[in-house]
Design a protein around this ligand. Structure first.
Ligand code: CAA
Length: 703
């Protein structure tokens, strides 16, 4: 046997154990070992049945994703062939699902005759999240056990189910009491004693027969996923594959599955989604913060501000079981904030996400105060007060006096200088940024900002906090706007110039939406509040002084007209009072035209392609500067900020990954062309020039 597959016999049953830490992924070696072990047991006259299981806490977490897109050894067996081969085995083959059985892992189990699962087992086909469909029979075998509807649900969502549910759905045959392998051995012995033929999932038909020829069922599913699957290829392909399972004989359906799988796995979208899978994990490893850096225990948190942001931030901690004290200056604001938190939770009860008891439990963990003295015993404070430097400095000075030594003082500022804030305290080593994204209880990004004096322990702690509360923490450096907003400025600035030059908000927004963002820049501005943007600009002007670089004044004029966006029904668009439906407003178009005239710009037709390039290449260019300056350590840090904080389409991997796909020489060449239109702001970054010149991509960046 190979190192990764070991066997032992018990009462005539061959127990085949896969051992490929940490999650028993199906590497070439594992698949080879599994095939050989099953063949050896089949040939061994002393063996009456087999049990396949995984060492450690996982059964099998699926194909080894790291091997995708890489050359395979010529004689390496393919999992789907190995599993089809299981159907020719004459002895009962039982999967002992001791832990997660995901993707290829569940497919292995479905290739066995029977499945016995431990209570903690989790089974699912999450391939859709990687931009592919299950490629080793999963789309063909699962519907044969559960029926098409359940299979479509599991395969298009990628969501796994627990053992008890899997049993109810017909995916597993038995739940083990405590010893999964022991129970599976007994199960195999009993089947062997009864004698064959043993169940073969590929031959089952009763669950899918009724849906054969029912095209409406699949059409409904396509409609159902239309919104969430926009721009992705895999969810649609999952439906095609299950439809093939229902309508075609097994062998033909398997062929169809293979064809679809192969078409997806080598594509850009699947590559981007694999990159995102590993990227999400990679950003947790900050290059200069060793794994063994001590991490402070955060058992109680103080939050300053219980507005939209503070309340949303608090919910993350409450959900993770960490008590929170929120501070507001006035009792009325505090009452309002706490009521909003409860109302948000109650909405979750209505949607079925939480039970009323779970909400009560969470609300019992939150306390409101108007007295900072209540922060004396907290381990960490997150300040989410107004974005004004003088206010922040006063707050931090007072926090420094109030909080116990060692308590971390973090700010949720989205733009202000962390070092200046830290200078108001006697403990700059314990000060850093923890920048959440609105709505803070939903958006997964936590942009953690290091100050010049933040200690490694402080930074390691906030990264650990991000993990604890289910966020993707990305460590970034201190500069105006940090990574996300700094790049956003570069993008929205060009979007505004495009209006002056000939485009209208709806055209720009549509291009960005069609690229895959949830919304374009003007819709976003209406959602965030045109007034909010105005005050941010005002504060920036105060800090940096008015530069001689040109900026567009259209948004300022909307603000002056009292058009604040969705909140008062008019901004870049008009919003219906009851339905909130968005329409273009001739008054805004007139304002834009007037602005072009005032600037002496002759309006021109602007193509969708130009809009896309003009908005996104400057964003990428700013990303290059951020890398040069070390504000982000790696391109993947930037990409994860954009995926999890700004809704950059996951199937494009993030701006830096996407730019590599476009090709950096193209990005550079277009920026040079745009520079003629906007010499003030568009200057290709030296790093971009360097990489493009060397025929390299951001993926080759090494500081
Ligand atoms: N291949 C390679 N590496 C994998 C892997 C896989 N399928 N699944 C997990 N890993 C790695 C992770 O990258 C991570 O590595 P590092 O420690 O180096 O970062 C390590 O295993 C542990 O993973 P997590 O940090 O995610 O640990 P967790 O306990 O939070 O979660 C898990 C474990 C639920 C298995 C989760 O990792 C997961 O969801 N994995 C992916 C499952 C998946 O998508 N399977 C389908 C694969 S595609 C397929 O199978 C195609 C087919 O049809 C044959």
């Amino acid at each position: 046997m190979t190192d990764v597959v070991t066997t032992r016999d018990q009462d005539g049953i061959r127990i085949i154990t896969l051992n490929n830490p940490p999650v028993n992924a199906l590497s070439v070696a594992v698949v080879t070992g599994l095939r050989d072990a099953v063949a050896a047991a089949e040939a061994d006259g002393s063996v009456t049945g087999m049990v396949v299981t995984g060492e450690g806490s996982a059964f099998i977490a699926g194909a080894d994703i790291r091997e995708f897109g890489k050359p395979r050894p010529k004689d390496a067996p393919l999992l789907h062939d190995v599993l089809d081969g299981f159907d020719a085995i004459s002895k009962p083959l039982v999967a002992a699902i001791n832990g997660v059985a995901l993707g290829g892992g569940l497919e292995v189990a479905l290739g066995c005759n029977y499945r016995v699962a431990g209570h903690k087992a989790l089974v699912g086909l999450p391939e859709v999240n990687l931009g592919i469909i299950p490629g080793a029979g999963g789309t063909q075998r699962l519907p044969r056990l559960t029926g098409a509807e359940t299979a479509l649900d599991m395969i298009t969502s990628g969501k796994p189910v627990r053992a008890d549910k899997a049993a109810a759905l017909g995916i597993v045959d038995a739940i083990a009491d405590s010893d999964v392998v022991g129970d599976a051995v007994e199960f195999a012995k009993a089947r062997a004693a009864e004698g064959g033929p043993y169940q073969r999932v590929s031959e089952k038909d009763d669950k899918i027969a009724d849906d054969r020829g029912n095209a409406g069922l699949f059409e409904n599913w396509r409609k159902k996923i239309a919104r969430s699957a926009r721009g992705f290829d895999a969810p649609w392909a999952c439906i095609d594959a299950v439809e093939a399972a229902v309508n075609l004989p097994f062998a033909q359906g398997r062929e169809k599955e293979r064809e679809i799988f192969t078409g997806l796995v080598n594509g850009d979208k699947a590559a981007a989604q694999r990159y995102a899978f590993f990227g999400e994990r990679e950003v947790a490893r900050v290059p200069d913060i060793p794994k063994d850096t001590p991490v402070a225990k955060i058992d109680k948190v103080g939050i300053i501000g219980c507005g939209t942001m503070g309340g949303g931030i608090a919910m993350n901690f409450l959900n993770a079981g960490i008590p929170v004290t929120v501070l507001e200056i006035e009792q009325a604001a505090l009452d309002r904030g706490l009521a909003t938190v409860r109302a948000n939770y109650e909405r979750s009860v209505k949607s079925g996400r939480f039970t009323a008891e779970q909400v009560d439990e969470r609300m019992a963990r939150i306390e409101g105060t108007t007295d900072m003295g209540a922060f004396a015993d907290v381990d960490m404070v997150i300040e989410a007060a107004v974005e004004k430097m003088d206010v922040k400095k006063q707050v931090f000075a007072k926090l420094d006096e109030t909080c116990k030594p060692g308590a971390i003082l973090a700010t949720n500022t989205s733009t202000l200088d962390i070092d200046e804030i830290a200078s108001a305290t006697s403990r700059p080593e314990a000060v850093c940024g923890t920048h959440f994204f609105s709505p803070a209880n939903v958006m997964k990004l936590m942009e953690n900002v290091r100050g010049a004096k933040s200690s490694k322990e402080t930074l390691a702690t906030v990264m650990a906090v991000a993990k604890k509360i289910g966020k993707v923490g990305v460590m970034v450096g201190n500069c105006d706007g940090f990574v996300g907003n700094r790049m956003l400025y570069a993008y929205t600035r060009q979007a505004n110039f495009l209006l002056e030059e000939g485009a209208l908000p709806a055209q720009v927004d549509k291009v960005i939406y069609d690229f895959g963002f949830p919304m374009g820049p003007f819709q976003m501005s209406d959602l965030a509040g045109i007034d909010v943007g105005y005050y941010v600009r005002e504060e920036r002007d105060k800090r940096f002084g008015l530069t001689d670089k040109r900026t567009s004044k259209i948004a300022d004029r909307l603000f002056e007209m009292g058009r604040y966006g969705q909140k008062n029904g008019k901004g870049w668009y008009l919003y219906d009072e009851t339905t909130r439906a968005r329409t273009s407003d001739p008054a805004v178009e007139a304002l834009i035209l007037e602005e072009s005239g005032r600037l002496g710009i002759e309006r021109r037709e602007i193509s969708d392609q130009e809009i896309l390039e003009r908005c996104l290449y400057p964003l990428v260019n700013e990303g290059a500067r951020i890398l040069e300056e070390g504000i982000a350590a790696r391109p993947v840090d930037i990409d994860m900020v954009w995926l999890f904080g700004y809704g950059f389409p996951r199937y494009r991997g993030g701006p830096m990954f996407w730019a590599d796909l476009v090709g950096l020489p193209t990005v550079l060449e277009r920026l040079e062309a745009f520079r003629k239109i906007d010499p003030d702001w568009i200057e290709p970054a030296p790093l971009l020039r360097e990489l493009a010149g060397a025929g390299k991509g951001f993926k080759d960046f090494a500081k």
